[in-house]
Design a protein around this ligand. Structure first.
Ligand code: MC0
Length: 155
């Protein structure tokens, strides 16, 4: 058994599958949403397929489709709605750039429980509302190698 397999079998009590299906989107913090939409469309040829305000998350966001079909995935542009929002804080600290990597999961509660079982801190006790009526939760970036991981169960 190689080192990877050994690590995988280190705790036999962990049995629940996290249920990741694919990369849902990569989230990019921006200061000006309209300017960023124009930039991603003009420079990369992406198409804006959805715009939404999510006051609970403190964001105005746009989904930019990569490539001609939905299988290409999306970049999510995230602009702050208020100075207190997570995105405003991120921009103040790090400037514009990748703020999160989001995975589509079969069931967000099952995924959160499986990740808690593996020692990850989930940000919410129960899922909250994300883009287009999805249910979301996050793994704290300090537990995931410096990456804010979002779990997305589509509506
Ligand atoms: C903070 N840190 C990050 C980070 N945010 N590292 C990587 N990626 C990020 N996005 C690091 C800091 O640099 C700092 O490191 C440490 O974490 C601070 O931890 P904290 O004190 O807990 O930090 P806060 O207060 O900045 O909060 C971070 C936290 C927050 C992830 C808890 O941003 C949060 O609650 N995020 C989840 C909600 C969210 O991001 N909403 C916007 C997207 P050092 O080394 O200096 O200690 S809304 C969305 O995505 C929805 C619409 C959707 O897709 O459906």
């Amino acid at each position: 058994m190689g080192p990877d397999a050994a690590a995988q079998h280190a705790d036999d009590s962990i049995t629940t599958d996290v249920g990741l299906l694919r990369i849902d989107h990569v989230g990019v913090a921006v200061a000006d949403l309209d300017a960023a939409i124009e930039f991603y469309a003009r420079v990369f040829g992406m198409t804006c397929v959805h715009i939404e305000e999510n006051p609970e998350q403190g964001v105005r966001e746009a989904m930019m489709r990569v490539g001609p079909t939905p299988e290409g995935g999306c970049v999510q542009l995230l602009a702050p709605l208020t100075p207190e929002s997570a995105i405003a804080k991120f921009l103040d600290r790090s400037g514009p750039g990748v703020q999160q990597v989001a995975y589509t999961v079969r069931d967000v509660e099952v995924a959160a429980a499986a990740l808690r079982e593996r020692g990850m801190r989930l940000l919410y006790d129960a899922p909250r509302r994300g883009t287009a009526g999805s249910r979301i939760n996050f793994v704290h970036p300090k537990d995931a190698g410096g990456v804010l991981v979002e779990l997305v169960e589509p509506a």
